[in-house]
Design a protein around this ligand. Structure first.
Ligand code: 13P
Length: 246
């Protein structure tokens, strides 16, 4: 199976910077068939990014969507709107959305259902805080996030879900988890999905991934790819991660 390498740009890059990125990135990874590439820019750049990626092997994702189809939700974006402009993926349940925007497992579950109803593929993020890790309660915590986040999702629909394991303490800190521990959690996530949902789901690792450590994580069959934040903002370093995975 091809590895999946996804970029989460978070709240970074203007439209002009987005165009510049794609010009440089496409020239570097042109005809790279070794992995699935997904890039998730902010909402305002999605149309441009989707146009840039027509006839390439790069897919575009959003970083959020609302759980209702339409209506009086000032400032929000629906799954249908994303689909309409050629977006194929959406990141849901990111720890920054949980922390700064108070997203609960229940809200995330509703968003996942709505995204899947609209034929978007979901990158569903889970991951523990340092306190949970120090209490040796990682598996229980992750199992709860998975079971609540994916409640009511059919086995059929789970084919369109990728789980991203992102330990909160490893995000943006430069301190990635060691690859053995990441594999251990990835295996646990797969077991959880197999036991509770009867599904085989791809699991990505995210948290301080860079060109130097990318291959460490993906060389094991437990980890199906990467979700990259900071190191995906420069075309050069994101391309290096893709080359490292070759
Ligand atoms: P960093 O790669 O910057 O640690 O961010 C990871 C992340 O949150 C991706 O969703």
């Amino acid at each position: 199976m091809k590895k999946i390498i996804a970029a989460n740009w978070k709240m970074n890059k203007t439209l002009v910077e987005t165009k510049d990125f794609f010009r440089e990135f496409k020239s570097k990874v042109n005809a790279q068939e070794n992995c699935e590439i997904i890039i998730c820019p902010p909402f305002i750049s999605l149309t441009e990014a989707a146009n840039e990626c027509k006839n390439t092997n790069i897919k575009i994702g959003a970083q959020n969507c609302h759980y209702e189809s339409s209506g009086a939700f000032t400032g929000e974006i629906s799954a249908e709107m994303l689909c309409d402009i050629g977006v194929q993926y959406v990141i849901l349940g990111h720890s920054e959305r949980r922390k700064y925007f108070f997203e609960t497992d229940e809200m995330i579950n509703k968003k996942i259902h709505k995204a899947l109803e609209n034929d978007l593929k979901v990158i569903f993020c889970v991951g523990e805080s340092i306190e949970i890790r120090e209490k040796n309660a990682v598996n229980e915590f992750i199992a709860e996030q998975i079971n609540s986040g994916l409640k009511g999702v059919s086995k059929e629909n789970l084919r369109n879900v990728i789980v991203a394991y992102e330990p909160i303490w490893a995000i943006g800190t430069g301190k990635a988890i060691n690859s053995e521990s990441a594999c251990c959690v990835a295996r646990f996530i797969k077991k959880c999905l197999a036991d509770n949902f009867g599904s085989e789901t791809a699991v990505l690792y995210g948290g301080s991934v860079k060109p130097e450590n990318a291959n460490e994580f993906v060389k094991s069959s437990d980890i199906d790819g990467l979700l990259v934040g900071g190191a995906s903002l420069k075309a050069e370093s994101f391309a290096e991660i893709i080359f490292a995975v070759r």
